[in-house]
Every structure is written in C-alpha cells, then in structure tokens.
Design a protein around this ligand. Sequence first.
Ligand SMILES: NC(=O)c1ccc[n+]([C@@H]2O[C@H](COP(=O)([O-])OP(=O)(O)OC[C@H]3O[C@@H](n4cnc5c(N)ncnc54)[C@H](OP(=O)(O)O)[C@@H]3O)[C@@H](O)[C@H]2O)c1
Length: 231
Amino acid sequence: MTQSLLIVGGTRGIGKEIARRYAGQGWSVVLTGREDSAAKSVADELGGDTRGIALDLSEPEQIAEALADVGAVDHLVFAAIARDTNTLDNYNIASARYLVTMKLLGYTAVVSALRERLAEDGSIVLFGGRAKDRPYPGGMTVGTVNAGVTGLMHALVVQLAPRRVNAIHPGIVGDSPYWAENAEFTEKVRQATPTGRNVTVADIVDGVDFLIRNQSINGLDLYVDGGWLVP
Ligand SMILES: NC(=O)c1ccc[n+]([C@@H]2O[C@H](COP(=O)([O-])OP(=O)(O)OC[C@H]3O[C@@H](n4cnc5c(N)ncnc54)[C@H](OP(=O)(O)O)[C@@H]3O)[C@@H](O)[C@H]2O)c1
C-alpha cells in the first residue's frame, strides 16, 4: 500500500538510500536537509512523489514552522547526524553542544511538531549507533548522544501509543560516504567483526524496512553490526 514517509537527513548517505527505496516503491516521500536547494535537488534526482524541504535540527525553535506545510505522515525516520570528533583532552564544547542539540532536542522537536499528523498505525525509526557502547576514538559525544536515543525511544513509545517507535544502531557502515574513504579504519573494524565483513548501507536500509513494516515491533533497539564486539 502506498504510504507517506518523512526522512529527516535524507540528502546524503544512509538517509538518501532510505528515501530512494521508498520513492522507488511509489510512496510519498518528504526528505530534509539544512539547505532547501540541496534537499530539492536530491528529491528531483530520486523522482516519483518526492519532495525536499529545509530543516535545521540545531535550531529547535524553528522546526514547527519548517514543517508547517507537511501533511499526514505514516512513517518518520531520523537519519540526521552532525559529525563531531571529541576527546576529554581537547574537549570542543561548541561542537558537542551542536550535536546534542540537533540529535536529541531536534529529533524531539520534530516529533512534537508532527504529533497530530502521525498516523496511529504508523511508526518512527530513530538512528542511534553502536558507538553508544562500542566507543571509537573521538566518538565520545557521538556515543553519548546515541545512548540518549534509546531513552528518547522509550519515552516516545509511551507518549505516542499506539504508534510504534524503534531505534536502529548501526556499527561502522563501511560503504557509507563518511567511512568509505577511511579504508585503514574500516579494515580494522572488519577484522573485529565476527561475520568477517563490514556492515553495508543496504544492510541498514533493510533493518529500517523491518522496523517500519513489522506491526509488533515496538521499543526495540535493533543492532545491525555483524556482531562487532571489539572496537
Ligand atoms: N555511517 C555510519 O557508519 C553510521 C554508524 C552508526 C550510526 N550512524 C547513524 O546513521 C545515521 C545516518 O548516517 P550517515 O553516515 O548516512 O550520515 P551523513 O552521510 O553524514 O548524512 C547526514 C544527514 O544529516 C543531515 N544533517 C546534518 N546536520 C543537520 C542539521 N543540523 N539539521 C538537519 N539535518 C542535518 C545532512 O543533511 P545536509 O548536510 O543536507 O544538511 C544529511 O542528510 C546518523 O544518524 C548516524 O548517526 C551512521
């Protein structure tokens, strides 16, 4: 059945591939990025019933207005991230604050703005990441925020019932644009992954599809990491 999807952070990487999948199935897709022109250009590229709009998660007070002309939403996926490399020795507070704001307050502000427009039999998928309990060098704030995604998920399950809310936590996604150019690191991750292969963007899109489709999956932290245990 044709449904509607809003994908926050759909201009690049994993979010763009999620948008591509559902646009290809004839769904009505709205994808967001910070720049209106970039979002519209990606929507044009994907084709079908796809629209691009500007939304900056780091400005939570502006979010309701940015979403004013978005109609009913069956499924809402949050794939946005701001890259932050942080350590205690060289703690960049501005960068950490930006990431905490956009991923936790920003995600929540979007749900708040859309709460009356979310279908009762619909779902939300929040992107966290395995950095929450498998920290990598510089991933301190990323890990902290990704752990916060689990708490946000549980709060939303209660507040939005009967709508389903789940989280997906990828390991290092070897062919995602952010990591694809760091072959030395992704090879180390591959060697530390029991499946002997890096997680792929296609694996993550498939996990999201499972969370969207399965009507009894609610409040699940889905780990898609090949069993990766050692950072
Ligand atoms: N890649 C991995 O290995 C990996 C591993 C674990 C978890 N994850 C999670 O998976 C999700 C997707 O990751 P990815 O690697 O595909 O990310 P990505 O390629 O860096 O894409 C990030 C997306 O977020 C948007 N974005 C950035 N800042 C924003 C802001 N302030 N407000 C609104 N949107 C903003 C970007 O759009 P514009 O630039 O157009 O604004 C873009 O569409 C993220 O939540 C990430 O934490 C990824």
